[in-house]
Ligand binder design. Sequence first.
Ligand code: PEP
Length: 248
Amino acid sequence: MARRRIIAGNWKMNKTPSEAVALCNELKDLVKNDDVDVVYCVPAIDIVPVAEAVKGTNVHVGAENFYIEDKGAFTGEISAPMLKEAGVEYVIIGHSERRDIFGENDILINQKVKKAFASGLTPIMCCGESLALRKAGTYKEWIARQIKWDLTDITADQVKTLVIAYEPIWAIGTGETATADQAEEVCKMIREIIADLYDQATADAVRIQYGGSMNAANAAELLSKPNIDGGLIGGASLKPDFGQIVNA
Ligand code: PEP
């Protein structure tokens, strides 16, 4: 089954509003590709100017985080209705930095996946193992557990539209990429888990990205693998290289 490729940038805590608009303008011609979904997941304060800057282009806007309530006394948080009104279509959920630095667990991540779907946002749901788990050889069990917890009570129809990002933590921001075979092994396993939890049609539809030091030099090989449908890109999404990844 042909799945549409999805290349998403995770800008993290980079770019002031004016710098964000400048980056959109710099990348505008480089990321043109009608066969790929291109997404910029940007800091909350950049969402409105980025949505304006990419209007009329093939770029979709994503958020890096949100909270599960619509409104109220949640100082510092941003809600799904706020994101929707600002033009956001995708939201990263369960990134390892949210898990490790901000203490998000799989219960909250599952609540966020549910809320995103209920709000008409497409989750980019992240999973991945630490270096210790990779070395211990228990990474497959770990990832399987994350997927099961994070998808509790999510329907097959929802999963068909979901994006899952496999991001080995040891490859994020380290310059150390998983080899294309290592990435494919886990992405294939994730698709098999979805087939077990749901059915083959759902597994065939779900899009699975690799993330972790993907760049202009290694993207084509990673993206040539049958179970890798795209990339979630940190560092290289802030540079013209991002255009080469989109067109790899
Ligand atoms: C990320 O944080 O999602 C990521 C993949 O970062 P980098 O590309 O910089 O490794």
